[in-house]
Design a protein around this ligand. Sequence first.
Ligand SMILES: [Zn+2]
Length: 256
Amino acid sequence: MTALGFRRRPVTLMYHAFSVGKAAHDPYDLHVDVAAFEDQLLRLRAAGWKALDLDGYLGWRPGDQPGFLVTIDDGFQSAVDLALPVLARLGVPSLMMLPAGLLGSTTTWLEEQPDAPILSADVVPDLAAARMEVGGHGWDHQDMRTLSAAGLVQHTTGVAERLRELTGGGAPRSFAYPFGWHDTAARAQVRAAGYTIGFSVYDDADAYAISRCDVKPDDTWATLRWKLVPGYRRLWRAAGAVKPLRSGLRRMTQRG
Ligand SMILES: [Zn+2]
């Protein structure tokens, strides 16, 4: 891999659901072909990136071997059925961000796909065997900017208590904001609830809003590699102001 550049922190990859081949119904572009997923993990490793668990992520310092952290949001059953065996086989650790109040239910917040199954509570204790650490993703996947103070507590502390009950281990350390949306109150509450780290999607604030690389079903190794270049998003936004630049960038990313 070229253009690793200087990194302040490891890359965090964000996945959601998985499919075998292209998903038949994927209105939100959430289902990554599990073969592509495996290929991405293998290529990252072959390119010199180390698969990190949360301890490795938190302990990483600039100058260390480049690292990546796999995060999977929402607890889709397809992540357990398809991605987890791949992660276990390759020995790649991951974080599974769970809407604790929807375990065993479905993706009720997705208007055009409300019936996708979410893993059930009795599966949660087994995830650790595949080095999959659970984190919080709100109680039932609401926009945290809209919640009352009591709601924020339920969606952070309530989630931590429920997950701790299920794992029988320590409190969850990581939190991902539903839809990636957060504000000062949400970040403060995630911190107050005892989480160590919070993940957003596109914007960075502090240790409680760390942006992630959103891996999409149509990403190829070439497009993903570009997304991992430090400053890619800034470059992309800047290119948006100049149409030919953006199409030039797109052409570059589509090259092998
Ligand atoms: Zn989500």
